[in-house]
Design a protein around this ligand. Structure first.
Ligand SMILES: *[C@@H]1O[C@H](CO)[C@@H](O)[C@H](O)[C@H]1NC(C)=O
Length: 345
């Protein structure tokens, strides 16, 4: 396991790799940034004391290297018909498809999502958070140069939302559930890219805050499987409540922050004449809300037990508790505050 200073160094190179690839003006630069980003994430994942970490980092490495190599190859192929390595598309019909495919594999969109659950299962919560948010930013930003509402992209988006909804149904592991939710949000973010870049930035920021909230609550209550929500002592009542609201927020239920980006995207889709698509995506999000409710239902209702005494002291968790509380109150009231602020000027 890397020491703290190594971790700081790797986090800095990870973020700068992402920034290099987002701000580069040629495909070669973009590829280079992605590579730096990957090479700093791999050592962050590894932990010699835990064999699942090793397995996850190996799987992640193989898949991402496959994607990078394919991207490099596709970019070189692109030079046959178009200007050398420029980001813009001069209208060759298949270029968006061939260049986007490796990027879709990198960000874990639906038909290319198979590596995602396996990798997430072996990671610490912090790394799960990195994988779900920052690691998918650069590929998405690169896709924004080429993306358009063609049948290829629309079917990828639909597949992502359907896989996200169906895949999470029978899962008992929180990591798996978050993975499928991330696959689903990748689909929504691709749709956000189609309707405009700043729409995507807004979605991505909100999604990152929500993931951070859910992860901080889960980590605080060290809950890896959903049956662990039922065993809770009285200090954990607030925790259960935060868990409940932040998951529903991630699922996009109206009064919470998660609804805000969803609302914007649905509106943008109706303005871009993508109504059938919007209908199908909203239906898949209903399935999702069912299993988010399922997680929290048992922890609040008949199956919940509560010991009268506890041998553990929970006093030392106060500071972490405070950050989880701040984050979950943002996810609880964010959408309301945003709409109030927006409607007063
Ligand atoms: C997918 O995203 C939408 C929009 O935010 C949300 O309504 C839905 O509940 C999500 N589904 C999953 C699996 O997270």
């Amino acid at each position: 396991m890397p020491s703290n200073s190594t971790k700081i160094l790797l986090l800095i190179t990870l973020v700068s790799g992402m920034l290099v690839s987002v701000s580069s003006n040629s495909w070669i630069g973009a590829w280079m940034g992605l590579e730096v980003n990957l090479m700093s994430f791999i050592p962050l994942m590894s932990n010699i004391k835990n064999m699942y970490n090793t397995e996850a980092s190996l799987k992640y490495f193989i898949v991402q290297v496959l994607a990078s190599a394919t991207l490099l190859f596709m970019v070189v192929m692109k030079t046959v018909t178009e200007d050398l390595f420029t980001l813009t598309n001069v209208g060759t019909p298949y270029t968006p498809m061939i260049v986007c495919t490796p990027l879709l594999l990198k960000s874990g969109a639906a038909p290319f999502h198979w590596w995602f659950p396996g990798v997430m299962e072996g990671l610490s919560w912090e790394n799960c958070g990195l994988l779900m948010t920052i690691q998918s930013a650069a590929p998405m930003m690169l896709m924004s140069y080429l993306i358009e509402a063609n049948p290829f992209m629309l079917s990828i988006i639909l597949a992502s939302t359907v896989v996200g909804a169906i895949g999470g149904l029978n899962q008992t592991s929180m990591r798996k559930i978050l993975t499928y939710s991330s696959i689903n949000h990748t689909g929504w973010m691709l749709m956000a890219l189609i309707t405009g870049d700043n729409m995507w930035v807004m979605y991505f920021m909100t999604y990152s805050v929500l993931v951070l909230t859910v992860l901080s609550v889960i980590k605080l209550s060290s809950m890896s499987f959903i049956n662990q929500t039922m065993m809770a002592n009285s200090e954990a009542k607030l925790m259960k409540f935060m868990m409940f609201t932040s998951l529903l927020s991630l699922g996009g239920l109206p009064p919470f922050l998660g609804f805000l980006p969803k609302w914007f995207i649905i509106q943008a889709m109706t303005m871009n004449k993508l109504m059938p698509m919007a209908t199908m995506m909203v239906i898949t999000s209903l399935i999702t809300l069912y299993y988010y409710l399922k997680i929290t239902y048992s922890s609040f209702m008949i199956l919940a037990t509560e010991p009268k005494w506890s041998s553990q002291s929970h006093k030392n968790k106060t500071t972490k508790n405070i950050s989880a509380m701040i984050l979950s109150s943002i996810s609880l009231t964010g959408a309301t505050l945003c709409t109030i602020i927006a409607s007063t000027n």
